[in-house]
Design a protein around this ligand. Structure first.
Ligand SMILES: O=C(O)CCC(=O)C(=O)O
Length: 277
């Protein structure tokens, strides 16, 4: 008898999907992958209003794009939406997503690091080259982001561009996202002969996944469409908080890890195990 015998199979947004071997191998090799059709159009219509409503409140208060710096022009950003609405919580906690994350990483289980909505406005600027994990005080390479558009995104707005294999090189320079990271990492891509790859146009409900050390950027938004994207970030269960919580990692330590002390297993109240259930 299996431990969960008698329980109904996961349904709705928790319904599980299997990822094929080629996608997993490509993710391990390149540091990124696309999973098309991860969320159905019906499911997108179920969850999109709650996410858009929360970001909409931010948009009302935002200063004009022209008055912002490069980072501010890249997107409107709202964090940990799961704490603010039961629908966004069901979406962020979905077993379907967390299992894909664990399968791609090749780990037994994952914990939530945090979620964030990244809405690139009409006329929004590019997202400069960066490595997410520069910000993350986590003692592991097994970190992963799901980037899931809530609207169809044409090729001219695009998904992110990734530098293939850059995750295997670890920290390529501790830059926060901005003009300096764009300039330095453009050189790094040239110096290391890294191949740039993108998954092109995507439909609402397709998703890309990338590792925390994968170097990536995104093009500007020259259209009149709001590029509404929801992201969720996980790390391998058992990961410890890193000893270095300084600089760019200071706020992440406070915000996403609830100040769990350096060296301890990152298992605080904001970081539940989302797979296995
Ligand atoms: O959405 C974007 O423009 C960039 C997203 C990104 O850098 C990320 O999800 O790590």
């Amino acid at each position: 008898m299996t431990p969960d015998a008698g329980l109904p199979p996961p349904s709705g947004i928790d319904r599980l999907v299997e990822i094929d071997r080629d996608t997993i191998d490509g993710f391990q090799r390149n540091g990124h992958a696309v999973v098309r059709g991860l969320v159905s159009p019906q499911e997108i219509s179920e969850f999109r209003p709650a996410i858009e409503a929360l970001v909409g409140r931010l948009a009302e208060k935002a200063v004009p794009i022209e008055a912002r710096d490069t980072y501010g022009r890249a997107f409107l950003q709202a964090h940990n939406l799961w704490t603010r609405n039961p629908d966004t919580k069901r979406f962020v906690f979905a077993a379907r997503f967390a299992k894909v994350a664990a399968d791609l990483l090749g780990v037994e289980g994952v914990r939530l690091y945090h979620d964030q909505a990244l809405f690139k406005e009409p006329g929004g600027g590019h997202t400069p080259w960066h490595q997410d994990q520069s910000y993350w005080p986590l003692e592991t390479n097994d970190t992963i982001t799901m980037w899931l558009p809530l609207v169809d995104v044409p090729a001219e707005v695009g998904t992110m561009t990734f530098a293939n294999g850059s995750h295997l090189r670890g920290n390529l320079g501790s830059f926060v996202i901005g003009d300096d990271s764009e300039a330095r990492f453009s050189e790094v891509v040239r110096e290391l002969n890294l191949v740039e790859a993108t998954h092109g146009a995507v439909k609402a409900g397709d998703a890309t996944f990338h590792r925390g050390w994968t170097l990536h950027r995104a093009p500007p938004n020259p259209t009149s469409l709001m590029r509404s994207v929801m992201t969720v970030i996980w790390y391998a269960d058992g990961t410890r908080v890193s000893q270095d919580t300084s600089g760019a990692r200071f706020f992440d330590h406070k915000l996403w890890l609830a100040d769990t002390p350096p060296g301890e297993v990152a298992a605080g109240p904001l970081n539940p195990v989302l797979w296995p259930r």
